[in-house]
Design a protein around this ligand. Structure first.
Ligand code: COA
Length: 399
């Protein structure tokens, strides 16, 4: 078995693997989009003779961390043909992809996992959480004394105005990923095969006179029953730069006629909407995992975020050789420093669990009760006070 990057002329072989492992019959326009977002020099192919039997790739990203933003390699397109599974091909590809991230000086590696059982062994842990919500429109009324300052725009205008709004908002929420122009093109491509019976994307822009400050992207699935409108409105994205934009966008979405149910996808686990409805219990919620994170460079990762309170902590990172060791973290709301030390550790954390606590989505105390994190209660409490953050984790970008 040979492992090397996939060349341009071998791209069909790459698509062939993905089509087998994801039960996907690719359409030409889907192949074209895949080619647009993939960085061939950051791919890895497993070759059995001339045939590609395994694929993986890194995408170059920048991810928001509490109080900052860091380079992150986005692992994607992981697949091994069913004829070649469980021979160690994924493990070799992951070793190469994590090395590739280190070569690109990315302290973080991130991914969306198809199954929760795959990536823990490589040091990845869930680092953002995501809420799916649903409400009957009859219970979704939000009062207001004037019509929402929202207008509908087309895709070309959306591609022009959304990026600036998104870029400002994404810096607030740990886990958000910066979208490049190419990523915008892919995310708004809106191929027929992606719609699952819903309409094409509808784009709504909030502008109260001071320039665009928020947007919503949604689709509708039309349905009638016994002469009654029963359509569904699926909210793909609401990104608001300020509270007025946020309130008006939801007022607009909940005001669309002929809708029976509004479904919200990929929302943060805590948001103002819960306090804007007369009967919030009607807005049902299920919490799901978001993206997974592997810390590759502990010093850069921990120094690259800010902390909720001032404090210092000696952390023993338990795990593979590339990260194992003791680190002295001194940090607070204005910045942080982290370096290797030989001092006695306050807490001992596997790299996977450090990744889970890194953005504030999970706390050390709960992990200590589970027996996966060690340390006395005072140190664990200090660690949680430092690592927690005032905004929830969130990631709306798939890859
Ligand atoms: C997941 C997948 C890439 C694994 O590839 P593979 O080459 O068979 O994996 P490896 O042989 O390198 O397995 C390495 C280890 O992971 C385990 N493993 C691999 N896939 C697993 C899975 N889906 N669930 C649980 N364990 C898994 C193996 O048992 C092995 O464990 P070990 O080290 O204790 O022996 C492959 O099964 C696949 O393509 N699945 C469908 C597509 C998919 O889900 N891709 C991931 C997208 S995020």
């Amino acid at each position: 078995m040979d492992f090397r990057p996939i060349a341009e002329y071998e791209f069909d072989g790459y698509i062939n693997v993905l089509s087998h492992v994801f039960a996907w019959d690719p359409k030409p326009e889907e192949v074209e989009l895949e080619r647009k977002q993939i960085e061939l020099d950051r791919t890895v192919g497993a070759f059995d003779g001339d045939t590609i039997v395994g694929t993986g790739a890194n995408l170059t990203f920048e991810m928001t961390v509490p109080g900052g933003s860091l380079p992150a390699g986005g692992v994607t397109a992981i697949g091994v043909l069913p004829s070649h599974r469980r021979r160690g091909i994924l493990s070799e590809m992951m070793r190469r992809l994590l090395d590739d991230s280190r070569d690109h000086e990315e302290p973080l590696s991130i991914l969306w996992a198809s199954e929760a059982s795959i990536y823990g062994r490589y040091g990845f842990g869930v680092t953002t959480r995501s809420a799916r919500r649903e409400i009957a429109r009859s219970h979704a009324k939000i009062d207001g004394d004037r019509p929402p300052a929202v207008r509908l725009i087309d895709k070309d205008e959306a591609l022009q105005v959304f990026p600036e709004i998104y870029e400002n908002v994404r810096r607030r929420f740990p886990g958000m990923i910066a979208r490049t122009p190419g990523k915008w093109e892919v995310d708004l491509a809106d191929l027929e095969s992606w719609r699952d019976g819903y309409t094409a994307n509808r784009f709504a822009l909030y502008d109260a006179g001071d320039g665009p400050a928020g947007y919503a992207r949604y689709r509708i699935k039309e349905r009638w029953e016994a002469g009654q409108p029963k359509s569904e409105l699926l909210v793909a994205e609401v990104v608001a730069g300020d509270d007025s934009a946020y309130r008006d966008l939801w007022r607009f979405l909940f005001g669309v006629d002929l809708i029976e149910t509004v479904k919200l996808r990929g929302r943060p686990t805590r948001e103002p909407l819960d306090h804007m409805l007369a009967d919030p219990r009607r807005l049902t919620t299920s919490i799901h995992e978001g993206i997974w994170l592997r810390i590759l460079d502990v010093e850069r990762a921990l120094a690259g975020r800010r902390y909720r309170i001032d404090g210092s902590l000696v952390i023993e990172v338990v795990g593979p050789d590339d990260v194992a060791g003791r680190y002295l973290l001194e940090g607070g709301p204005d910045g942080a420093d982290c370096r290797r030390t030989d001092k006695t550790p306050d807490i001992a954390v596997p790299v996977k669990e450090l990744g889970m606590a890194y953005l504030g989505a999970f706390d050390f105390a709960t992990m200590a009760h589970a027996g996966v994190v060690d340390g006395d209660q005072t140190a664990i409490r200090r660690a949680d006070l430092m690592f927690s953050w005032h905004e929830p984790t969130w990631c709306t970008v798939g890859f």
